[in-house]
Design a protein around this ligand. Structure first.
Ligand SMILES: C[S@@+](CC[C@H](N)C(=O)[O-])C[C@H]1O[C@@H](n2cnc3c(N)ncnc32)[C@H](O)[C@@H]1O
Length: 110
């Protein structure tokens, strides 16, 4: 299994958490230029990353390049626009959701 992230702190955490697992390799890289050879994996998962990236289409093209034909791919992203905060003040909830969707998360509804 190969894990990829571009953030040094996340990479350090991932390496620490998987240090006792055989067959796990953590690589530094960007999803726009995945450090994985063409057609070299048959399973892939992107979990809460596409919402942050500058070019999601390019990232998915990279994923397509790295996976073998017939590979299983899982894509997991929250929809921030339908987020509900369980608060008594409904306007604060709406304001929080609006701010997160419009100002914080680049691809909030991907
Ligand atoms: C919400 S975290 C999810 C982390 C991990 N997928 C998980 O399930 O725990 C989002 C991650 O996306 C990474 N990220 C954002 N843009 C990236 C990019 N262009 N290339 C690689 N990683 C990226 C961040 O460094 C961060 O670790």
């Amino acid at each position: 299994m190969i894990g990829v992230d571009r953030d040094p702190a996340m990479l350090a955490q991932a390496r620490e958490r998987t240090s006792d697992l055989h067959g796990v390799e953590i690589r530094e890289g960007d999803v726009h230029a995945l450090p994985i050879g063409p057609a070299s994996v048959d399973r892939a998962k992107i979990d809460r990353v596409l919402m942050h990236v500058a070019e999601p289409d390019a990232a998915l093209t990279q994923l397509h390049r790295a996976t073998r034909p017939g590979a299983l791919v899982g894509l997991v992203e929250p929809d921030w626009d339908t987020l509900v905060v369980d608060a008594e003040d409904r306007q604060t909830c709406r304001d929080f959701t609006w701010y997160t969707t419009e100002k914080v998360v680049r691809n909030a509804t991907i």
